[in-house]
Design a protein around this ligand. Structure first.
Ligand code: OX2
Length: 824
């Protein structure tokens, strides 16, 4: 890049200029005139117009970065659950008003065009959405960052319900093209797979190991703008798409071997074909390991060869970069960097390891033992033979160090080894990340404590300084400013708009919780948001809900530990008690129970739970006597777009995992920031939410983590709980009787059997306490002034949960990277 090239001309922020750009894009970019343009044409032209306005910032950010060589954060993540881009890009380019007016003049509705965008669902849930929030915050804070991931051709599956059962359909998000991406096939990176390792001696007589892969795949980078809010900085997200280096074999094709001719192409392109629909449990799939290595190898090669200047001395790498490992998915980056330095650049092992140990930091997102990734050495060795050798060597040296520190303690050595011996020989990726990383962090205070004291306790004893916490956060731009424009307007009117970049300023709303007029306006906005949510549900799903009932929301992946079954038992119990006359119908607050949840396709029990929720929902919704009182709404295919409608409308946020199982949760933060009250256990970030918003503004229930551990140790019997609680027994018996399955007693039996048999996540044990807390919810909701006061205090006291704050914590505690202001 030449410092003399003039900066690309900034577009003028006027309606006329915007209209000119838009029409030019429509005519010259799409080749259509306004009269004949389809909605997609108009959306594409609009998106490209917005892109132009961000371009100066993007190119200048790149140019400045190249010149200053400031320290960069490379966020390595197999998932980025971005959500729709248009609104965020309109906001950050400061074009919201201008675009609306320009389109209005052309007789086009901006709101209609928004609906055209298909969100890129390149993530499963919290982990992927967190990555998206983090890159948004880093850009906003002016921190140099590159996000590295995979451009899946198909994102998280599209969920449909057939007779209440989940059916998965491919997510064809690219079918109409994506206007936000910049492909660069000329910068493709080559990645090897399989083959063998040889000893070679180079001209200087130096011996080294040389990996000869059996096949190679090209990684084509697709760049996306990541614009900051209130700054000119536009960072980059680089997602890799896999391609075959040779398109196909023409000779074989001409001889009629059509399938054979494209075999290589199929192998290569399968790698970035589809996102694994898993959340927190790994699927031992070869393709998944291929994906992990693919994007990590592309990203490391890209950074070393394309991002850094050519003459850069890699010994100084730790001054230039931290690779943040988003869970264990990218941990194969560790042996890959070692290979780059030792095999390809001839470094000594000691030098390479010295640098490697200073550039990786590891974020762990789970506590479930089954979610800690482990790769059988047979598989890893077949796919990446040289990497396995390197891992063995890292482990050998690590175990030597352990034996020095703990002489004779072979049990400890075995526990800590990177290689597990049972049930099969396998690489423990979390151990590899902990050994190689200079920092290991959990994602909420309780989670980091449990990581340190339980899951990785041996490592924490050995290297206490490595372990730290950074509590998760969410971007206030998307989840407050954009999703809840009316509340944002009210807040801005009260305290100015500084909160959008500094969410701690929300605390200035506190006194207004005592202001009756402010409470009334706050309530009116919530009411209007409910009406809007009801409209969306009707249009999107054909589901009709009352516009004024309490909105009680449980939205997250379906997993036993999250305990959708507990919520369901509460609903069934209400229904049963109303039906039996134990609970007078008039005393029940009108409520809509909203569920949103996808189950991993291979997780049979989770799918059965979905079917049961739908069955209970159909029965309750069909019962005319409950009309206007109880309603269950389970829209299929919950995603970021729907979240942005639901969250601002919610009154009650269900965060009811068994204590010690949810690492953090981030939905909990989004709800609190939009004035919903939480009913929750002392788990994950709920703990911090409750501390901040205050006990009186939070409905706590259930066992604490130590109580769970005690009960586990003393022997838990779900049968005994069932037998001792008549309401619980009645609810379960009602399901077993076939009341929700047309008399069929077998249909939902597996769910009941799981609860009465093992009840791994102790839903029954917490049932009574949960129902009591729900009774408190009902009573409190009746006092609408008190409820509004608590809702406002939830907003005012949740500023801590901005992902901007998380990023400042990462900078202070882990990265040492600093903001670099853009001066143009
Ligand atoms: C999720 C965790 O389950 C959730 O608690 C957390 O808020 C989120 O990550 C972001 O940190 N896969 N998904 C997660 O962990 C794993 C593994």
């Amino acid at each position: 890049m030449n410092d003399m090239t003039p900066p690309v001309a900034a577009r003028e922020h006027t309606v006329e200029s915007f209209t000119r750009e838009f029409l030019r894009e429509l005519n010259f970019g799409r080749g259509v005139d306004l009269d004949r343009a389809s909605a997609n044409d108009k959306y594409m032209a609009l998106a490209r117009t917005v892109r132009h306005y961000l371009m100066t910032g993007w190119l200048e950010t790149l140019r400045n970065q190249y010149r200053d060589q400031a320290k960069v954060v490379a966020y390595l993540s197999a998932e980025f659950l971005l959500g729709r881009q248009l609104d965020n890009n309109l906001l950050t380019s400061n074009l919201e008003g201008i675009a609306r007016e320009s389109l209005d003049q052309l007789g086009i509705s901006l709101d209609d065009l928004r609906e055209v965008e298909i969100e890129p669902g390149l993530g499963n849930g919290g982990l992927g959405r967190l990555a998206a929030c983090f890159i948004d915050s880093l850009a906003t804070l002016d921190v140099p960052c590159i996000g590295y991931g995979i451009r899946y051709e198909y994102g998280i599956f599209k969920q449909a319900f057939v007779d209440g059962h989940q059916v998965e359909k491919p997510d064809t998000w690219l079918a109409l093209g994506s206007p936000w991406e910049f492909p660069h096939p000329e910068n493709a990176v080559t990645v090897g797979f399989g083959g063998h390792v040889e000893d070679v001696t180079d001209e200087d007589g130096v011996k080294r190991r040389d990996w000869v892969p059996a096949s190679v795949v090209n990684g084509v980078p697709y760049n996306y703008m990541v614009p900051g809010y209130g700054t000119n900085r536009v960072n980059t997200l680089r997602l890799w798409s896999a391609r075959a280096p040779k398109a196909f074999n023409l000779q074989v094709f001409n001889e009629g071997g059509y399938e054979e001719a494209v075999k290589n192409q199929t192998f290569a392109e399968n790698i970035s074909k589809v996102l694994y629909p898993e959340d927190s449990t790994p699927q031992g799939k070869e393709l998944r390991l291929q994906q992990q290595y693919f994007f990590v190898a592309c990203s490391i090669a890209d950074f070393l060869c394309n991002v850094l200047p050519q003459d850069f001395d890699l010994h100084r790498l730790p001054d230039r970069i931290t690779w943040q490992l988003n869970d264990t998915h990218p941990v194969i980056a560790v042996p890959e960097l070692m290979r780059q330095l030792v095999d390809l650049r001839g470094w000594t092992w000691e030098d390479a390891w010295g640098v490697t140990q200073k550039v990786f930091a590891y974020t762990c997102h789970t506590l479930l033992p089954e979610a800690l990734e482990v790769w059988p050495v047979d598989l890893l060795g077949k796919l990446l033979p040289r990497h396995l050798e390197i891992i063995y060597r890292i482990n050998e040296l690590f175990l030597e160090e352990l034996r020095d520190t703990y002489p004779g303690d072979e049990l400890k050595v075995r526990h800590m080894s990177i290689i597990a011996e049972h049930p099969v020989r396998a690489v423990r990726m979390a151990h590899l990340a902990t050994v190689a990383g200079f920092k290991v962090n959990g994602v909420a205070a309780l989670h980091s404590e449990l990581l340190r004291d339980k899951v990785l306790s041996d490592f924490a004893q050995l290297w206490p300084e490595k372990f730290t916490n950074v509590t998760n956060g969410v971007t206030p731009r998307r989840f407050v400013r954009i999703a809840n424009p009316s509340m944002s307007g009210l807040v801005t009117e009260a305290i100015g708009d500084g909160w959008i970049k500094d969410l701690s300023q929300l605390s200035r709303l506190e006194p207004l919780a005592e202001d009756a007029e402010f409470r009334r306006r706050f309530r009116d906005i919530k009411a209007a948001n409910k009406v809007e949510f009801a409209r969306v549900l009707k249009e999107r799903d054909g589901i009709e809900i009352a516009g004024d009932a309490m909105v009680d929301a449980m939205v997250k992946r379906l997993h036993e530990y999250k305990r959708q079954t507990l919520k369901l038992l509460h609903i069934v119990s209400l229904y049963q008690r109303i039906g039996s006359g134990a609970l007078p119908l008039e005393s029940v607050t009108p409520r809509t129970f909203v569920f949103g949840a996808k189950a991993a396709p291979g997780y049979a029990l989770a799918k059965q739970i979905i079917a049961l929720i739908n069955a209970v929902g159909s029965t309750i919704n069909a019962d005319a006597s409950l009309e206007g009182r109880l309603k269950v709404a389970f829209p299929a295919n919950y995603n970021v777009t729907l979240a942005e409608k639901l969250i601002p409308a919610a009154d009650l946020s269900e965060q009811i995992s068994l204590a010690g199982k949810e690492a953090s949760g981030t939905g909990n933060m989004k709800f609190a920031l939009n004035g919903a009250l939480t009913i929750g256990t002392d788990d994950g970030a709920n703990v911090e939410i409750r501390e901040l918003v205050g006990d009186e503004n939070f409905f706590l229930f259930g066992m604490s983590e130590p109580e769970v551990a005690d009960l586990e140790a003393s022997g838990y019997s779900p049968e005994a709980v069932y037998a001792s609680d008549p309401d619980l027994k009645a609810a379960i018996d009602l399901i077993s009787s076939g009341a929700f399955s047309g008399g069929d007693r077998t249909l939902h039996e597996p769910v009941i059997a799981a609860l009465l048999g093992e009840d791994r996540f102790m839903a029954l044990a917490d049932f009574r306490s949960y129902v009591d807390a729900q009774d408190r919810v009902e009573a409190y909701y009746g006092d609408f002034e008190a409820w509004s006061r608590s809702a406002i205090l939830n907003v005012a006291r949740s500023g801590f949960f901005s992902s901007d704050r998380s990023m400042v914590d990462y900078m202070d505690r882990i990265w040492g990277a600093k903001p670099v202001k853009q001066n143009f």
